[in-house]
Design a protein around this ligand. Structure first.
Ligand code: SF4
Ligand code: SF4
Length: 380
C-alpha cells in the first residue's frame, strides 16, 4: 500500500509544497515533465486538471520519479506526493479557455496575443489560433486584441469522471474552486462527491477574496463537516499571476493573513500570485511555521501560521526553458535527456527548498539510467 504519510507530515510541519499544473492545462508532454521534475524535487502534492489523460500522465510521471530518485546523485528521500484533481463549484477563471477566429484577424495585426501568452497557446499560421490543450485560461490575451475578438469560454470539470478514480485510489485529493456566493453550486458538487469523500487523504477549498469571505468559508465548513481527512483553505490571492512580477504575491499573503485570523478549522495554504518572493514576504509578516522563521524574529508561540504554498504559473515558467528545449527532440520525455533532467530538477528544487530547507538546492549531476542519449545539439 502506498505510503502518503510524508505529505501529511509536511502539512503539520508547515512545509507543504504543492505544484499546480493548472485546472485547464492539458498539454500532456509539459504536464508530465513538470510533474516528474517537481516530484524529484520533493513536492508533497501535484494538482492537475480533471481530465483522465492528464491524470494518467501525472500518475506515470510520479511513478517514474519514484523509480528514478534512488539513482540520482541528489538523494533527497522524496515523498510519494498526493495526486490532487481540481473541480469547480460554479463559474471560475481557472476553468476556461480562450477562443478566437483566426480568419477575422487583420493581416497587418502585430499579434500581441501571441507574444503575451505565457503558455505558447496562440500560434499563426499553423497551428491556427488557440492551441486548446496549452491554454490554461489566464485571460492575458483578451484585453490586448485590437479588434476585441478574443473571448473566454468557461467549462465545468466533471466530478463523475473523477469519482471512480478516487474510489480506486488513483486520485487521493480534491480541490474545489469556489467564490463567495456560490453556496448552492458548492452544495450540489459536494453531494455528487460525497460517496467518494471517505477515500480522500486531503481536501482543499480554493477561494479568492470577496465581501463576506470568512462567513462564506464558515458556511462551506458546515456543508462539509464531518470530514475524514485534513482540510486546506487555499487563499487564491491573484489567480494565475505568479509569473508576472514580484508584487503579484502581495494579494495572497494578505488574504492568507485574513483567513488565519478567522481561526477556521483546517489549514491555510497560499496560491494565486505565488512566486520566488512569497516565502520572504511570509517570513517578514511572521506567517510561517516557527521552525521556518528566523530566530531573530520574536514570535508569540504558538502563533497562527500557514502550512504551505502552492505554485502554478511561476513553477511552470521556471521550467519553461527546459520544456522548450525538450520540444526540439522527437522524444520530449524529460528523463531521456539527462542534461535537461538535471537542469529541471535543480530549478524545481530551488523553489521547493524555500519551504524545505533540509532539501539541498544545488545543481545535480547527470544520471545514467539506460535510456540516456547525449544532448542533441544539432536540433536546437
Ligand atoms: S494568454 Fe492565457 S488565456 Fe490567452 S491563450 Fe494564452 S494561456 Fe490561454
Ligand atoms: S491580437 Fe486579435 S486580431 Fe491580432 S492576431 Fe491576435 S486575435 Fe487576431
Amino acid at each position: 500500500m502506498t505510503d502518503f504519510s510524508s505529505p501529511l507530515k509536511s502539512l503539520k510541519a508547515g512545509h507543504w509544497f504543492k505544484l499546480i499544473c493548472g485546472a485547464s492545462y492539458q498539454h500532456l508532454p509539459a504536464v508530465r515533465n513538470l510533474v516528474l521534475a517537481y516530484t524529484l524535487a520533493g513536492a508533497d502534492c501535484i494538482d492537475v486538471a480533471a481530465d483522465p489523460a492528464v491524470i494518467g500522465v501525472a500518475r506515470d510521471a510520479i511513478a517514474t520519479a519514484i523509480h528514478l530518485a534512488p539513482k540520482i546523485d541528489f538523494a533527497p528521500k522524496i515523498p510519494q506526493p498526493l495526486l490532487m484533481v481540481s473541480l469547480n463549484a460554479g463559474e471560475d477563471p481557472h476553468f476556461r479557455k480562450a477562443a478566437l477566429d483566426p480568419e477575422a484577424c487583420p493581416t497587418d495585426c502585430a499579434q500581441p496575443c501571441v507574444s503575451i501568452c505565457p503558455a505558447d497557446a496562440i500560434a499563426f499560421p499553423s497551428p491556427h489560433g488557440v492551441i486548446l490543450d496549452r491554454c490554461y485560461g489566464c485571460g492575458r490575451c483578451l484585453p490586448v486584441c485590437p479588434i476585441d475578438q478574443i473571448s473566454a469560454v468557461s467549462h465545468t470539470a466533471k466530478p463523475e469522471v473523477v469519482g471512480p478514480l478516487i474510489a480506486s485510489g488513483i486520485v487521493q485529493a480534491i480541490e474545489i474552486h469556489t467564490q463567495v456566493g456560490q453556496e448552492l453550486e458548492f452544495q450540489q458538487l459536494w453531494q455528487t462527491l460525497s460517496p467518494f469523500v471517505p477515500k480522500l487523504r486531503v481536501l482543499a477549498v480554493s477561494c479568492p477574496d470577496g465581501d463576506g469571505l470568512l462567513d462564506y468559508l464558515a458556511s462551506l465548513y458546515e456543508v462539509m463537516t464531518p470530514l475524514p481527512c485534513p482540510l486546506i483553505w487555499q487563499t487564491d490571492g491573484r489567480p494565475m499571476s505568479g509569473d508576472i512580477g514580484d508584487g503579484a504575491t502581495r494579494a495572497t499573503v494578505k488574504l492568507a493573513a485574513k483567513v488565519l485570523q478567522a481561526s477556521l478549522p483546517g489549514y491555510v495554504q497560499l496560491a494565486g500570485g505565488t512566486n520566488r518572493h512569497t516565502i520572504a514576504k511570509l517570513k517578514a509578516k511572521g506567517l510561517l511555521h516557527p521552525d521556518l522563521m528566523s530566530a531573530s524574529i520574536n514570535l508569540k508561540s504558538p502563533h497562527p501560521h500557514i502550512v504551505g504554498v502552492a505554485y502554478g504559473s511561476f513553477a511552470r515558467q521556471l521550467l519553461s526553458r527546459v520544456q522548450t528545449e525538450l520540444e526540439t527532440f522527437s522524444n520530449p520525455q524529460l528523463e531521456d535527456h539527462p542534461h535537461c533532467l538535471q537542469t529541471a530538477v535543480s530549478l524545481a528544487s530551488s523553489l521547493v527548498s524555500q519551504l524545505k530547507p533540509f532539501i539541498p538546492s544545488q545543481p545535480l549531476t547527470p544520471i545514467e539510467h539506460g535510456r540516456d542519449s547525449p544532448p542533441d545539439s544539432s536540433r536546437r
